[in-house]
Design a binder for this molecule. Structure first.
Ligand SMILES: *[C@@H]1O[C@H](CO)[C@@H](O)[C@H](O)[C@H]1NC(C)=O
Length: 338
């Protein structure tokens, strides 16, 4: 063979690698679509924004019919939540859960690509926590009977952790021990990811003197925390691995995990919440996820993640809570990310 085709082939290979990296990035990153604003664009326009920015995954917090109808035939992968207050009713019986599914989910199938249903949002640990496992099981029965490829899981925050430093020392609070461990075991058995919600921002904001900003926004250039053999350059990985360590200690070491929320507010708390910091965090997060390097405890296992959130939402509590958006309600970007 002469040189030309071989050089051409190399170029072609390079192009394929670059292209598949981009596809990989888009596949692993989604954005939460919160609706707590009275000035947000109509759902069809929001879905067009996802498509325009190549965001393949969208998460909504309850089965809002306007949004679900707008999602028909969009091709977007949808993570669907439910109202926390519905949990006790659904936990009462298989029939109640079947009714919920047939009312709120079935009408949109198969037009809407519902990939996951999250049973309650951050209800463990708490009063509603005991209802999560029974509803997960009822929904598993339901989707298996219909042969639907829908993951059934729940979302949990770092408030479940009693100890989180260093990651290998992570433990659960007593209430989480009771409520979360059986859920972890069930999800490990079903090989469905537990959905964790990780906010390095809140950890940093609670102790900005001792927690380094570069470690928090994921741009430290050196190892910041050494945990035995494991070396951490960012707090996101450390938080993620806390749950991995806890699962391992509880005999659910093969539990998969996805990140249904993470983000950084661009305002509401002075110097800690500038558009620049938010941009740095979210940009580094996207690169980290797209790289597929995983975390120190789970190297080379790609992380799935959703950024919180699409818009600044004016009906959330004042302060940082209103400022997590990547976009203003008028659809202009709060900072450049894509
Ligand atoms: C990390 O990001 C912050 C905020 O954007 C920036 O001020 C700082 O210079 C960055 N540090 C490095 C090492 O890139």
């Amino acid at each position: 063979m002469d040189r030309l085709p071989s050089a051409f082939l190399q170029l072609l290979t390079l192009a394929v690698v670059i292209l598949s990296c981009n596809v990989h990035a888009a596949d692993n990153i989604g954005i939460n679509y919160g609706l707590l604003g009275d000035n947000l664009p109509p759902p069809a326009e929001v879905i067009d924004m996802y498509k325009a920015h190549n965001i393949a995954k969208l998460r909504i917090f309850d089965p809002n019919p306007d949004v679900l109808n707008a999602l028909r035939n969009s091709g977007l992968e949808v993570y669907l939540g439910m109202k926390n207050q519905d949990l006790p009713g659904l936990a009462a019986s298989q029939e109640a859960t079947d009714d919920w599914f047939n009312t709120y989910v079935q009408p949109y199938l198969p037009d809407v690509n519902i990939a996951c249903i999250t049973v309650g949002n951050e209800v463990i640990p708490g009063e509603l926590g005991p209802h999560v496992l029974p509803v997960i099981k009822f929904l598993q029965v339901h989707v298996r009977a219909k042969n639907l490829p829908i993951m059934i899981s729940t979302t949990v925050a770092t408030s479940n952790l009693a100890t989180s430093y260093p990651p290998s020392a992570a433990t659960l609070t007593p209430q989480s021990q009771e409520q979360l461990v059986p859920v972890m075991k069930e999800l490990a058995e079903a090989q469905t990811p537990l959905m964790v919600q990780l906010y390095p921002y809140f950890a940093y904001a609670s102790d900005p003197v001792n927690i380094r900003v570069d470690y928090s926004v994921m741009n430290a250039t050196e190892v910041v925390v050494k945990d035995g053999e494991l070396e951490y350059k960012n707090l996101f990985d450390a938080m993620y691995d806390c749950f991995v360590f806890v699962a391992e200690k509880e005999g659910a070491g093969n539990l998969k995990m996805s990140v249904t929320e993470t983000g950084w507010p661009s305002g509401g708390n002075g110097d800690l919440t500038t558009p620049e910091l938010a941009q740095t965090y979210n940009r580094n997060l996207m690169n980290h996820i797209a790289s597929g390097v995983g975390t120190p405890k789970r190297p080379n296992i790609a992380i799935d993640g959703f950024i919180f959130a699409m818009f600044n939402e004016n009906q959330k509590p004042e302060g940082v809570e209103q400022n997590f958006g990547l976009f203003y309600p008028d659809k202009s970007p709060v900072y450049e990310l894509f």
